[in-house]
Write a protein that binds this ligand. Structure first.
Ligand SMILES: Cc1cc2nc3c(=O)[nH]c(=O)nc-3n(C[C@H](O)[C@H](O)[C@H](O)COP(=O)(O)OP(=O)(O)OC[C@H]3O[C@@H](n4cnc5c(N)ncnc54)[C@H](O)[C@@H]3O)c2cc1C
Length: 478
């Protein structure tokens, strides 16, 4: 019945009718969740998104916005009820405008991140967001999750890269705020509110993004250090020496490098011997500068005081690409090696060393069959604190142990002043974690915002906040 009413309410061609084509919309990237849906809609315009949401709001049908479906938290997957409507954004794919002089561009939500980067580059500008999923994830999804990635140290997360958004609210109204202004002090930051809202407040249909001049040169090094504390001290020294040119600072334990070497073709470690920790460090500049000698000089100074055990500077683009290939394929190598339990955590950078020492000791003592592989964007205090298990580990064992392990690690993160969700968001996976670690006042404010913008709780129910927390009234049966 609701499907017939939906068909009558929307233009032809919006619903994806082919069952096989619908299947990928019903499961998440990590295959943690398998949902069902009333239907999958692929609107072609903001107006069609508005029609869909107005109908869903009137009928009290839950809506699941979906971008590239690369979320690590099950945020874009419908529940098992078969009553929710998935709205995929891939047909909203126009680059509406690139304003090279204003260093801004306006793009529709369904453009992939790679397409946005290319459009900026075609105008000799840089859009600096960079994720391993760039070819598949969409800019709407990047904003909805406030994505981080490899260049946060210098350019910030997605929210810092966003000047304005166009979004359709739960009742179908269009919040049109595609302002290309650096200064706009006019009340609440509603654009900032939509960014990171994970599809629970509305559907982002377009965004105006900040651009930069193109980078002209890079210097990249692979550096061996004794421990995490040394890596943190080295970062401070590098920043003192070369300032904001430090673009990326990625920490890798020896076992992450070994995993990549074992499982990924075309990967090499440029440093001889074995070291416990490595840093992939990159400087970049908007001007033609002697970055290699700056980096070499800073590393030599650090080596003289015993901070650097060994270092290899990339001689050219090929070596640089090879090093990034190693770093970016650690998750894939880990996947090939066997199952793992993942934690996307952050702590203040100064606390990274103490946190890793305490959490590693806990894992050694309580999870003897697991191997800790803690790597990631250490320049942002963000680690993917993952525990790998042998291939033959029974799924039941992991399912049983996972809550205990997660609790212990996240409690340690909280004790170190950190966050249990550094960059991947809450989705469906971490709703209980948000309830545990957010303060009562924070949670109350989030619920009030949700209720005021989505009083019937139709937007991505059960994601970010529990369903029961978001409703003022029980939805009519759909
Ligand atoms: C190989 C790989 C590497 C990754 N690396 C990183 C990384 O370094 N940093 C990082 O932060 N993440 C990373 N991710 C996670 C993921 O790519 C990001 O979270 C990305 O921003 C999600 O975009 P998406 O289009 O795939 O969104 P989806 O997965 O489709 O959706 C994510 C959430 O956003 C909502 N949503 C999607 N589109 C819209 C919209 N237009 N309006 C409103 N809500 C919407 C969904 O409902 C869902 O809640 C990685 C993932 C992979 C697979």
């Amino acid at each position: 019945m609701p499907l017939r009413s939906l068909r009558a309410a929307i233009p032809a061609g919006v619903l994806l009718e082919d069952e096989a084509a619908r299947a990928p919309f019903l499961t998440d990237h990590r295959r943690l969740y398998q949902g069902r849906a009333l239907a999958v809609a692929l609107p072609r315009s903001t107006a069609e998104v508005s029609t869909l949401l107005a109908w869903c709001n009137a009928q009290r049908v839950g809506v699941v916005p979906q971008g590239g479906n690369t979320s690590y938290c099950g945020g874009a997957t419908p529940d098992e009820s078969g009553a929710q409507l998935v709205i995929g954004l891939q047909r909203l794919r126009r680059v509406r405008a690139v304003d090279a002089a204003n260093l801004s561009m306006t793009v529709e939500a369904g453009c992939t991140l790679a397409e946005v980067q290319q459009a900026a580059s075609a105008a000799e500008r840089l859009f600096p967001l960079e994720l391993g999923s760039a070819g598949s994830c969409q800019i709407g999804g990047n904003l909805a999750t406030n994505a981080g990635g490899l260049n946060v140290l210098r350019f910030g997360m997605a929210r810092a890269l966003t000047l304005g958004v166009e979004a359709v609210l739960a009742d179908g109204r269009v919040f049109s705020h595609l302002r290309a202004l650096r200064k706009d002090n006019t009340g609440y930051d509603l654009t900032g509110l939509m960014v990171g809202s994970e599809g629970t407040l509305g559907i982002i249909t377009a965004a105006t993004l900040r651009l930069w001049p193109q980078l002209r040169c890079w210097a990249t090094a692979f550096v061996a250090v004794a421990d995490v504390a040394a890596a943190v001290t080295l970062l401070a020294r590098l920043r003192a020496a070369v300032g904001e040119r430090v673009n990326s600072y990625e920490l890798l334990p020896r076992n992450a490098v070994e995993l990549a070497l074992r499982h990924i073709e075309g990967v090499a470690n440029p440093l001889p011997g074995n070291h416990d920790w490595y840093v992939l460090c990159e400087l970049s500049s908007f001007a033609d500068e002697a970055l290699n000698s700056m980096l070499e000089g800073a590393l030599a100074d650090a080596s003289a005081v015993g901070l650097v055990q060994d270092a290899a500077l990339c001689a050219g683009e090929r070596q640089r690409a090879q090093l990034w290939r190693l770093r970016e394929n650690v998750p894939e190598a880990q996947r090939r090696a066997g199952p793992s339990l993942k934690h996307d955590i952050s702590v203040p950078i100064g606390a990274l060393g103490d946190f890793v020492a305490a959490a590693s000791a806990w894992v050694r003592q309580h999870v003897p069959s697991g191997t800790l592989v803690a790597y990631g964007h250490a320049g942002d205090g963000n680690l993917h604190f993952n525990i790998s298990f042998p291939k033959e580990t029974p799924a039941e064992f992991l399912a049983r142990e996972e809550p205990l392990i997660r609790r212990a690690i996240h409690d340690l993160v909280a004790a170190h002043g950190g966050s249990f969700s550094a960059e991947h968001g809450i989705g469906r996976l971490k709703v209980a974690e948000l309830e545990r670690y957010a303060s009562p006042v924070t949670l109350a404010m989030m619920r009030e915002v949700k209720r005021s913008l989505d009083p019937h709780g139709i937007m991505n129910p059960g994601k970010l906040l529990a369903v029961a927390d978001t409703l003022r009234e029980t939805p009519a049966a759909s």
